[in-house]
Design a protein around this ligand. Structure first.
Ligand SMILES: C[S@@+](CC[C@H](N)C(=O)[O-])C[C@H]1O[C@@H](n2cnc3c(N)ncnc32)[C@H](O)[C@@H]1O
Length: 201
C-alpha cells in the first residue's frame, strides 16, 4: 500500500505529461532555472528529475523527494547529469540539514503540492546561507478574479486528481512569510506561472 506521499499512477502520468511539455518549450524554462547555478544546491521535490540534466558541473545538487516512485524514475537522470546529484528520500517540510549549508535552493512546480508550503519555505530559509538565493518556477493563483475563481472551483477535484496539487496557492505570500524578498519576477500565461529569484531579507 503506497504511503500518503506516494502516487504511482500520478508519477506515470507526470512522466508522459512532462515528456510532452518539455518537448514544447518547458525544457527551456528548466534550463533557465538551474543552468547557471553553482556550489551546494538544494532542490526540493525534484520529482522524476527533469531539471538534473541542466545543472552545470559546478553545481553539487542535493535533492529531496518524498515519493519513491518519482525518485526511482529520477535515478537514471541523476546518473546522466553533468553535475554531481545526491538523492534523498524525505520531506521538504522537515529538511535533514544543518542551518546555512546551501548556496542556492530550487523549487520547481512544487509549492503547489507540498501540503504545508509555508513550513517548507521556512525550512529552505533556514538551510540557505544568508547570501543564498531561492530560484523558483511555480504555478500560482491567477491575479485576475475570473481565473482565480475558476481555480478555486476546480481545486477540490484538481487536487484529488493531481496528487495533492492546488492550482490556487498564494505563493508570493508564502515566500514573504518565510522571510524571502522576491526579485526578478517573470509572470507568464496570464500570471498563472511565475518564475524568479528570492533573497533572504
Ligand atoms: C508536480 S511535481 C514537480 C516535480 C519536479 N519538481 C518538476 O519540476 O517536474 C510535484 C512534486 O512535489 C513533491 N512533493 C510533494 N510533497 C512534498 C514534500 N512534502 N516535500 C518535498 N516534495 C514534495 C511530489 O512528490 C512531486 O514530485
Amino acid at each position: 500500500m503506497p504511503s500518503a506521499h506516494e502516487h504511482p499512477v500520478f508519477a506515470w502520468v507526470y512522466e508522459a505529461l512532462t515528456a510532452r511539455s518539455d518537448s514544447r518549450g518547458a525544457d527551456k524554462m528548466r534550463s533557465r532555472l538551474v543552468g547557471s547555478l553553482s556550489g551546494r544546491v538544494l532542490e526540493i521535490g525534484f520529482g522524476n528529475g527533469l531539471n538534473f540534466r541542466y545543472y552545470p558541473p559546478e553545481a553539487h545538487v542535493i535533492g529531496i523527494e518524498p515519493d519513491w516512485e518519482m525518485l526511482r524514475r529520477s535515478i537514471p537522470r541523476a546518473h546522466a547529469a553533468r553535475a554531481k546529484i545526491d538523492l534523498i528520500s524525505g520531506d521538504g517540510q522537515a529538511l535533514p540539514f544543518r542551518d546555512a549549508t546551501f548556496d542556492a535552493a530550487v523549487a520547481c512546480l512544487v509549492l503547489c503540492t507540498i501540503p504545508d508550503a509555508a513550513a517548507a519555505m521556512a525550512e529552505v530559509a533556514r538551510v540557505l546561507k544568508p547570501e543564498g538565493k531561492l530560484y523558483f518556477v511555480e504555478h500560482v493563483r491567477a491575479p485576475g478574479r475570473v481565473l482565480a475563481t475558476f481555480q478555486d472551483l476546480v481545486d477540490p477535484l484538481w487536487s484529488r486528481t493531481f496528487a495533492g496539487c492546488h492550482p490556487n496557492r498564494e505563493t508570493a505570500a508564502v515566500l514573504a512569510r518565510a522571510g524571502f524578498r522576491v526579485e526578478d519576477v517573470r509572470p507568464s500565461m496570464r500570471g498563472i506561472f511565475v518564475g524568479g529569484r528570492a533573497v533572504l531579507e
